[in-house]
Design a protein around this ligand. Structure first.
Ligand SMILES: Nc1ncnc2c1ncn2[C@@H]1O[C@H](COP(=O)(O)OP(=O)(O)O)[C@@H](O)[C@H]1O
Ligand SMILES: [Mg+2]
Length: 288
């Protein structure tokens, strides 16, 4: 390509984004950040740029994050063994303290600084702030005691809406107060799904560390590029580990009126931008 052609192609890319920018203006988009986009410095910076562009063209952006691998590392360092039941982390009091320290003290604040440096006005929150979330203690799939693990019971969207109205980007860590007021460890996918539903989001995006949803996890040819809510519902009980809470959250969100759910590969540079602002179909999209 000569330089005139290059310039033309750059301009074409920007023009291609126009109808998307127009249609997403003032719409709520919830992005759950997981996997590589949290722990790889370079990818984290790229994701922050994508999020900045989204918010700066007028999308009401809400960011949700967990921090599974980082919590596991902190537990191992503290001599605790990370244990999972049905994809949920068994969380005793000591582990809960580590979850708080890692999610709020480390991941949330790092994400907030990174977004701040891209020109956004991020505000770090957990489920306790402004009564955003209420959770209740839940057990494993066969009723196992998981300790301080919670499921979202209700969302009070006032604070998030006020922040969005004033041009701030809420960055929400997946910790929520239980009925006794003490914090519970809630899966971040579940938080993202509940928030998307309560805020009437147009789109819920999961940035993760796989290409998308596979029909058969062992078979890379079985990536599903598009499916309907009913098909996903039928698949949920067969899904394992980290994909299960995503599918459950997608079902909750779509059933409550969220327009579309995407599962994208956070290891792919600018996966978010490509999904939101171009015709490129990447990852898995779930339609109502
Ligand atoms: N059918 C499936 N398709 C894709 N991934 C799956 C599937 N079943 C289980 N998984 C697992 O889910 C993981 C993603 O969830 P998780 O590790 O919790 O990431 P995140 O940090 O994004 O929440 C994948 O890395 C994969 O190992
Ligand atoms: Mg997960």
């Amino acid at each position: 390509m000569n330089s005139a052609e290059q310039a033309g192609s750059k301009a074409a890319t920007l023009i291609e984004a126009l109808p998307y920018i127009r249609s997403y203006r003032n719409q709520v988009v919830v992005v759950k950040i997981g996997g590589a986009a949290l722990d790889d410095e370079r990818l984290a910076r790229i994701v922050a740029e994508d999020l900045a562009l989204m918010a700066l063209v007028g999308i009401r952006l809400v960011v949700v994050h967990g921090g599974g691998p980082q919590v596991s590392e902190a537990m191992t360092d503290a001599g605790l063994e990370p244990t999972f039941v049905g994809g949920l982390r068994v969380t005793d009091e000591k582990a809960m303290e580590l979850v708080r320290r890692v999610l709020l003290g480390s991941i949330n604040s790092a994400l907030v600084s990174r977004l701040q440096s891209t020109g956004l006005n991020p505000v770090g929150l957990s489920g306790s702030d402004g009564g955003l979330l209420e959770a209740e203690q839940i057990g494993g799939p066969e009723g196992q005691d998981l300790g301080r693990v919670g499921g979202v019971v209700s969302v009070r969207p006032d604070l998030a809406n006020s922040l969005l109205d004033d041009g701030y980007t809420p960055v929400i860590a997946s910790i929520a107060p239980g009925m006794d007021g003490n914090p519970l460890n809630v899966n971040a996918d579940a938080v993202a799904g509940a928030i998307a539903a309560a805020l009437g989001a147009t789109k819920l995006v999961f940035l993760t560390n796989v290409e998308g949803l596979y029909r058969d996890l062992g078979d890379s040819g079985s990536l599903v590029s598009e499916l309907k809510l009913e098909e996903l519902k039928a698949m949920v009980s067969d899904l394992s580990s980290g994909m299960r809470p995503k599918a459950e959250a997608a079902v909750t969100a779509l059933a409550s009126g969220v327009g579309k759910v995407h599962i994208l590969d956070g290891r792919v540079e600018h996966a978010l931008l490509l999904e939101v602002f171009t015709e490129e179909g990447i990852g898995t999209q779930v339609l109502p």
